[in-house]
Structures are given as structure tokens and as C-alpha cells.
Design a binder for this molecule. Structure first.
Ligand code: DGL
Length: 270
């Protein structure tokens, strides 16, 4: 048993989609979340900058006595996780492996679409992992760089013409290519679930990278006997920009009330 909290981070609020799933599965676990809201988005940035930002995020989380870190950011998972795992001697779980495994299990026609940020798609990480699982699968990847900014600004609801226009623009090609499984390779994208699902149609299974990663880390901690038996501390949330904006939107990502204090940190110090 291990009563220490689990650290979770993302470039912004998207990682809360993983927190939501983690809390559903492991209600007793305390979570320390960092959202780098002052520097979001990471997706259009180069690898060196993403590694620098992600290292600062990990350094900050490590100021707490945490037992593991869930890298709830597709962009960091695809471009910086290997480097972080070499630097830090602690369990760091990303979102690529578990989402890829779920997609490979789900597809019936062998055609998988992956949507993610520009950096994630440029890394080729999803495609590489899916092909390691099954080289016969066809993977079609598409960067959707405008999804993160609209989601961070609260524009993700069905009936809003902005997300509907962008979803049509980005996903028309994938739909025409007849994918039957679509990986939402960025943890912000589940907010667009209804709009994407409506557009792709009933026959297409959506895979949430944050949810799959949460399920994976929950199983891993259980297997290693690192879960707690009782909630020893409330969740805590940290951001690098306005706590007000975070408070305003967080419950939409969590699909419940925000369940902990929010504080601003100067991430440049880490
Ligand atoms: N949630 C991050 C991801 O999963 C958003 C990326 C960004 O900041 O551009 O990739």
C-alpha cells in the first residue's frame, strides 16, 4: 500500500479528462494536478521546448511526495516521454501505449484514424506503437492544431458552429477513408466528443487517450500494490496562469464540481 498522491500534468486543462477517469476508478487516491495554462498550447512547439516545459512540470510535481506521474498530455507523451524517463527515476506513464492498444483491439476493418496536435503527429509515435502491436493495421494520422485553442476557450459544444466547422474541415478526409476507430490522441479532444462522434457516425469507435491512460495506470498501481485504502488528502490543482479561468472551466472537463484548491505557481522557477 502507498498513501502518497499521484501527480498528473498537462499543458492546460485537457489532462483533467484523465483525472476524471482516474477518480472514477480510484476514488481514494489523492491527485496533484498541474496545468501549464500560462504556456498552453505545447502542440505547435519544437521538441526542445516541449522537453524543457515538461521537465519543469515534472520538477514541480516532484516537490510533493508523489508515487507516480501520469503524463496526461499527448504532446509530451509523444515527443518527450523517453527523455523524461531517462532523467527521472520514478514511474512516468504516458497516453500513447494504452490508447494504441485499445484502438488495435477495437478496429474491425483494420483502419484506424489518429487525431492529435501537430507535434504528436510529426513524431509518428501513435502510428509506430500501433504498428508494433499489429503491422497489418492501416493508420491514418491528422493534426488538428486548432482544436486545443477552441477547447481551452470553452467552444466545444454541439450546436456551436465553430467546433462543427473545424471538425468537418479536419475529419472529412478520415471519414472518407473509412476508419472505424478514431484515437483522440490529445487529452483536450474528449471535450469535442459529441461533435466528433456526430460527424464520424455511429460505426466509428472513439478512443480517449486520457481515459485509456487512467485505466492503465490504475491497473499498474494495483498490480504493484501501490494503491491507498483511504483518501488521505484532498486533490490539489496548480496552474501557471489565472486560477479564475481554471475554476470557470475545470468542472466541464471533470464532469463534476472541482474538488480541491487551485493555486497559481511560477513554473519558471522549476
Ligand atoms: N492536452 C495536450 C495534448 O494532449 C494539449 C496539447 C497542446 O498543448 O497543444 O496533446
Amino acid at each position: 500500500m502507498d498513501r502518497r498522491p499521484i501527480g498528473v500534468f498537462d499543458s492546460g486543462l485537457g489532462g483533467l479528462t484523465a483525472v476524471r477517469e482516474l477518480t472514477k476508478r480510484l476514488p481514494n487516491e489523492s491527485i496533484i494536478y498541474f496545468g501549464d495554462t500560462g504556456r498552453v498550447p505545447y502542440g505547435p512547439r519544437g521538441r526542445d521546448v516541449i522537453i524543457k516545459y515538461a521537465s519543469q512540470d515534472v520538477n514541480f510535481l516532484r516537490t510533493f511526495d508523489i508515487k507516480a506521474i501520469l503524463v496526461a498530455c499527448g504532446t509530451v507523451s509523444t515527443t518527450a516521454l523517453d527523455t523524461l524517463q531517462q532523467i527521472y527515476d520514478m514511474p512516468l506513464t504516458g497516453v500513447v501505449e494504452s490508447a494504441s492498444a485499445k484502438a488495435a483491439r477495437s478496429t474491425k476493418n483494420g483502419r484506424i484514424g489518429v487525431i492529435a496536435t501537430s507535434a504528436s503527429i510529426a513524431s509518428g509515435a501513435y502510428s509506430r506503437v500501433i504498428h508494433t502491436i499489429d503491422p497489418s493495421l492501416t493508420v491514418i494520422e491528422k493534426a488538428c492544431p486548432l482544436f486545443v485553442p477552441i477547447v481551452e476557450n470553452g467552444r466545444f459544444s454541439k450546436g456551436d458552429p465553430l467546433p462543427e466547422l473545424l471538425v468537418r474541415d479536419y475529419l472529412t478526409e478520415l471519414k472518407a477513408l473509412d476508419v472505424d476507430t478514431l484515437v483522440l490522441g490529445c487529452t483536450h479532444y474528449p471535450l469535442l466528443w459529441d461533435v466528433i462522434s456526430d460527424f464520424m457516425g455511429e460505426g466509428v469507435t472513439l478512443v480517449s487517450s486520457g481515459a485509456e491512460a487512467a485505466e492503465y495506470i490504475a491497473a499498474e498501481l494495483q498490480e504493484k500494490d501501490l494503491l491507498t485504502d483511504t483518501k488521505s488528502a484532498p486533490n490539489r490543482y496548480y496552474v501557471s496562469d489565472s486560477t479564475e479561468t481554471f475554476r470557470k472551466f475545470a468542472s466541464m472537463y471533470l464532469q463534476r464540481d472541482l474538488d480541491g484548491d487551485v493555486e497559481k505557481v511560477d513554473i519558471d522557477k522549476y
